[in-house]
Design a protein around this ligand. Structure first.
Ligand code: CMP
Length: 480
C-alpha cells in the first residue's frame, strides 16, 4: 500500500526545483542573453519565485493533513476534524501564499487588492447571504464543538442521526434507516440540539403505559420493573430502572418506566425487548390496558384485577394448558397467592418442601450452593414454575429460589395437585421433562457423561429414571 507521505513528495520536488531555479536564474539569464528587467528575465523570475511560494503552501497543507488532522486531532478527540475546518485552514494558507506572490514576487500592494475585493465580497455576500450564514455557523460549530463527528444528535422535528460530516454549507446526519439528512449550518445553529453522546454515551429512555385504577402501585411496579430488569443491557448499567406516575388520567394511571441504555443505537432493540416483556407480564398477570375512550370506560367498567382470576391465569401457563375446565377450577380453588419482596428467598436449598410455585408477576433467580458461594443457574420469568423437584420426588429442595424483583407467585401444594397428576399422565411427563433438563443443567458431571455418550439418549434415560421415581412417590400406575 502506498504510504500517505508520498502525497508530500510532489510539492517538495516542485519546491526544491524552484529553489534551484531561484539561485541559478542570474547565470541562466546571462547565458540566454536576457536583460535584467526584460520580459524573458521577468518570466523566469516570476515563475521560479511564484513556484516557491505555492509549493511551500502545498507542502504545509499536506503536512497539516498528515500530522494534525489525521494524527493529533484524531488521537485527542477520537474523531476526525470536520471538512469545514480543514478547508478553511487550507484556504487561509493558499490565500496567504497568493498574497505573498502578489506582494513579494509581483511587487504590488496587497492592501489595495484587499479594499477592491472587500467591495466585491460585499456585493456577492448580499446575493449569497444564506450561504454565508451557513459558512459562519459552520465555523462556529467547528470551533465550539457542541458535538463530534460520530455523535448521535436529535434536531428539531425529532430527526435523529449520527453526525458524519460538517461542510461549508451543511451538517450531514445519517439516520438509523440509512437515509442521510443534510441540515444547513445556519438552521442547525438556531435549533435546540439533543446530543445523546454527551456527557456520556449512556442515557435514560422511558416507556409510558396506562394501566387501570384497579391495578395497585405494587402490582404495576412488579409488572413494569421486572420487564426492564429482564433485559441484560439495562442491568449492565450502573443506574437501575425505576417507575414513576406521569398523570392520573380519565381512563387510568399513566405509568412511566424509566431505564438506562448504553448508547443511542441500542435504543430501539432495548425498547422493543422491554415492550415485549411488558406485554408478557401483563398477559400472565391478567392485566389489560384500559379502554382509551372515556365513554367506553363509563358504560363498561374495567374487569377486576387479573381478568378471569386464578383459573384464567392457570390457563395461560403452558404447563397447565392440557387441563380441562373442571381440573383447572379444581386447581384454582386450592392455590395460594404469595407476594415476595425483591431479594427474599421463596425456597431454600436443602429444606424440605412439597409445593409447586408458578410466577404470576416479577422475576426469580435460581441459585445452587457451591464451594465458592451461590451460583445462579436460571432466571425465571412470569409463567415459569419451580419447586417441581421436591414436589415430585420427595427430595429436599435442590436450589434456592429468590425473587429478584418484587414478585407475585402462586403456590400449589402436593395435596392440591396430586389428584390431577394421578389422572393426567401427560402432565407428569411434561414436568419430568423440565425436571430432567434442569437436573442435567445443574449436575456438571451428568452433563459431561451425557456429552461423552449420546446426550439425547442420556437425557431420555434420566427422564425415564426420574419419571419412575415420581410414579413411585405418588403411587401412580404405569401409563398405557
Ligand atoms: P426444588 O428442588 O423443589 O426447589 C428448587 C427449585 O429450583 C427446583 O425444584 C426447580 O424447580 C428449580 N430449579 C433448580 N434448578 C433449576 C434450573 N437449572 N433451572 C430452572 N429451575 C431450576
Amino acid at each position: 500500500m502506498r504510504s500517505p507521505w508520498t502525497r508530500i513528495v510532489g510539492p517538495l520536488i516542485v519546491f526544491a526545483l524552484s529553489q534551484v531555479a531561484n539561485f541559478a536564474w542570474p547565470s541562466v539569464t546571462a547565458a540566454t542573453g536576457a536583460e535584467p528587467g526584460g520580459i524573458t528575465f521577468e518570466i523566469i523570475r516570476v515563475t521560479a519565485q511564484g513556484s516557491t511560494w505555492l509549493a511551500a503552501a502545498f507542502v504545509a497543507i499536506r503536512l497539516l493533513d498528515l500530522v494534525l488532522w489525521k494524527g493529533i486531532i484524531v488521537r485527542r478527540t477520537g474523531a476526525p476534524a470536520t471538512r469545514l475546518l480543514t478547508d478553511l485552514v487550507n484556504g487561509i494558507i493558499l490565500v496567504s501564499a497568493l498574497a505573498g506572490v502578489i506582494a513579494f514576487v509581483l511587487d504590488k500592494p496587497v492592501t489595495g487588492l484587499i479594499a477592491t475585493s472587500g467591495v466585491a465580497v460585499a456585493v456577492v455576500g448580499f446575493a449569497l447571504k444564506s450561504m454565508i450564514s451557513d459558512l459562519f455557523s459552520g465555523i462556529a460549530i467547528t470551533l465550539e464543538r457542541p458535538f463530534n463527528i460520530g455523535d448521535w444528535v436529535e434536531i428539531t422535528g425529532g430527526i435523529v442521526g449520527q453526525v458524519t460530516n460538517v461542510s461549508w454549507r451543511a451538517t450531514a446526519l445519517m439516520q438509523q434507516n440509512g437515509i442521510c439528512v443534510m441540515v444547513p449550518n445556519g438552521r442547525l445553529s438556531e435549533m435546540v440540539l439533543k446530543v445523546y453522546d454527551r456527557p456520556a454515551k449512556a442515557w435514560r429512555d422511558e416507556i409510558e403505559i396506562t394501566l387501570g385504577y384497579e391495578i395497585s402501585a405494587h402490582q404495576a411496579e412488579r409488572i413494569l420493573l421486572s420487564a426492564a430488569t429482564d433485559v441484560p443491557e439495562i442491568m449492565a448499567q450502573a443506574k437501575r430502572p425505576d417507575v414513576k406516575i406521569g398523570e392520573f388520567a380519565a381512563n387510568g394511571v399513566k405509568w412511566r418506566l424509566r431505564y438506562w441504555v448504553p448508547d443511542y443505537p441500542k435504543r430501539s432493540s432495548i425498547r422493543y425487548a422491554v415492550q415485549r416483556n411488558i406485554l408478557r407480564n401483563m398477559h400472565f398477570a391478567g392485566v389489560e390496558a384500559p379502554p382509551q375512550r372515556i365513554e367506553t370506560f363509563v358504560t363498561q367498567p374495567p374487569a377486576s384485577v387479573g381478568s378471569g382470576g386464578t383459573k384464567a391465569f392457570l390457563g395461560r401457563v403452558s404447563l397447565f394448558k392440557m387441563l380441562d375446565e373442571i381440573e383447572m377450577a379444581e386447581l384454582a380453588a386450592n392455590v395460594e397467592f404469595r407476594l415476595i419482596l425483591a431479594g427474599t428467598p421463596l425456597v431454600r436449598a436443602g429444606d424440605a418442601g412439597d409445593s409447586l410455585f408458578v410466577i404470576k408477576e416479577g422475576l426469580c433467580d435460581v441459585l445452587i450452593p457451591g464451594a465458592d458461594g451461590d451460583r445462579s443457574v436460571a432466571h425465571l420469568k412470569p409463567g415459569a414454575f419451580f419447586g417441581e423437584m421436591s414436589l415430585l420426588t420427595g427430595a429436599p429442595r435442590s436450589a434456592t429460589v429468590r425473587a429478584s424483583t418484587d414478585s407475585m407467585v402462586i403456590e400449589i401444594n402436593k395435596a392440591a395437585i396430586q389428584p390431577i397428576l394421578a389422572r393426567r399422565d401427560a402432565l407428569v411427563e411434561a414436568m419430568s421433562r423440565v425436571l430432567a433438563e434442569r437436573q442435567i443443567q445443574n449436575d456438571r458431571s451428568q452433563i459431561e457423561t451425557a456429552a461423552a455418550n449420546d446426550s439425547q439418549s442420556a437425557r431420555q434415560s434420566l427422564s425415564q429414571q426420574l419419571l419412575g421415581r415420581m410414579r413411585s412417590f405418588f403411587g401412580l400406575g404405569v401409563a398405557a
